[in-house]
Design a protein around this ligand. Structure first.
Ligand SMILES: [Fe+2]
Length: 441
């Protein structure tokens, strides 16, 4: 039944794409943007295999380094999210109908639905949604895949984001699917974070295939964000219907401020207008593209992104878009390292490898219980066979385990950890119900 539905949808989709004439919102019978035949500009006789068409040989002839895998797989969380959000908004269905194998068995998203969009916006969102399918496929092909996480794309979740952004309950509750402007405002939330993530990932990957992948993803992600911001900038002075005098500009300002607040790493996000001194070269208030000094894009680490996407301000505490947590080794370990008391005190703000990311996370999380360690170790090493697990008695000594298992895995010189403890940053605290705890001083 599922495969029949899937095949039917693909047939409809193909017919739509071929004819470019039916089922467009507004019932436009002819699509003026579809060329009548293969455009002459695209139909060249060039042979793409010619040496002159190929990039020069890489200086380091390694396609993929092992440490490239985790950060690129982490990006799949955002790509899945964008794919489901845009595809559902445009077509009313998501990856499960369009490319079911790419979900890798992950659960379907919650609350995503077809949006009430004008024709131009529908076209843009449909294109972006299909682009995201390619992004998911390209990452899976290059570094391997992770299952789609549970993604909450419900109107309720977006309403919560906007309520958080404004600091009070918007009445009526914000609904991204109700009209074009609301959908554009909701779309302001996600691709920008993908862009930040890729800029942050760039310095910590080295394989030439991984770099090619990241550059290709970053280019389109930045383009998508620019389209959303450009469309919103055109309407910056408009009052958002149902919300009195609140303008598009204020919505974007509030969302950007919220992301800065949750990210806990200073200003890496700006609305559509800024004080002149923060604009490009300190000379303009217009801020169609969000960028920092020298007009370079801001970078965010996976931990920062999770703080924002979870809406908790804590990369160890799932929520928001990912009620059960994001997938991939980075997110899973960060989640497992939390047992529920004190919040982070050492936020990870600079791009760095998984090792340092997790060190920062480790210093940041406050309590490690012996009970929690087997799961942490299993996740870190991806043990599937019980016989491969460390002996249980070793798990009764969290501090020793940190030095003997976690630290070598993380690639961190154990002196770092010892220094952290000797300097008083960490110390053993108490025995409680058979658990030994480490606590931030
Ligand atoms: Fe994407």
């Amino acid at each position: 039944m599922a495969s029949y539905a899937s095949a039917s949808f693909m047939l409809v989709l193909l017919l739509q794409l071929w004819s470019c004439s039916e089922a467009l919102p507004g019932g436009h019978p002819v699509d003026p943007t579809c060329p009548p035949e293969w455009a002459s500009a695209a139909g060249t006789t060039s042979n793409y295999g010619e040496p002159s068409c190929q990039p020069p040989a890489p200086h380091i002839p390694v396609a993929l380094f092992p440490y490239d895998v985790d950060p690129m797989q982490f990006a799949l969380n955002l790509e899945y999210t964008e794919a489901e959000f845009f595809l559902h908004a445009a077509y009313g269905v998501g990856l499960d109908e369009i490319a079911p194998k790419l979900a890798l068995g992950g659960p379907p998203p919650v609350g995503a639905r077809k949006a009430n969009l004008d024709e131009v916006t529908w076209r843009i969102i449909a294109e972006f949604g299909l682009q995201e399918v390619g992004h998911v496929r390209a990452i899976q092909r290059t570094v391997g895949g992770i299952p789609r996480p549970l993604i909450d794309l419900s109107a309720h979740n977006f309403a919560r984001i906007m309520d958080e952004a404004f600091g009070y309950h918007l009445n009526p509750s914000f609904d991204p699917y109700i009209n074009t402007l609301n959908f554009l405002l909701a779309s302001y939330v996600v691709p920008y974070l993908g862009l930040n993530g890729y800029v942050g990932t760039n310095p910590i990957i080295n394989g030439y295939e991984t770099k090619k992948l990241l550059a290709g993803l970053l280019g389109v992600e930045a383009g998508q964000d620019a389209v959303f911001r450009g469309l919103l900038f055109e309407r910056r002075g408009e009052a958002v219907p149902q919300y009195g005098n609140i303008t598009v500009t204020e919505f974007t300002d509030r969302v950007s401020a919220l992301r800065n607040r949750l990210g806990r790493c200073g200003v890496k996000d700006e609305g559509l207008t800024v004080p002149r001194e923060l604009g490009a070269e300190g000379a303009i208030c217009t801020n169609v593209l969000s960028a920092g000094r020298d007009s370079l894009s801001y970078a965010r680490t996976p931990a920062e992104l999770l703080r924002i996407l979870y809406l908790t301000g804590d990369e160890h505490v799932p929520g928001g878009f990912y009620p059960e947590g994001a997938n991939g080794r980075i997110a899973r370990i960060l989640k497992l390292l939390w047992v529920g008391t004190v919040s982070l005190s050492v936020p990870a703000c600079e791009p760095r490898g998984l090792s340092s990311e997790l060190l920062a996370g480790s210093l940041g999380f406050s309590v490690i219980s012996a009970d929690n360690f087997p799961r942490v170790v299993d996740t870190a090493f991806e043990y599937t066979e019980p016989s491969l697990r460390p002996q249980h008695q070793q798990l009764q000594l969290p501090a020793r385990l940190l030095l003997s298992y976690m630290i070598p895995y993380l690639g961190i010189n154990s002196y770092v950890w010892r220094i952290a403890r000797r300097s008083g940053l960490l110390h053993d605290t108490k025995q409680k119900k058979g658990q030994q705890h480490l606590r931030l001083a």
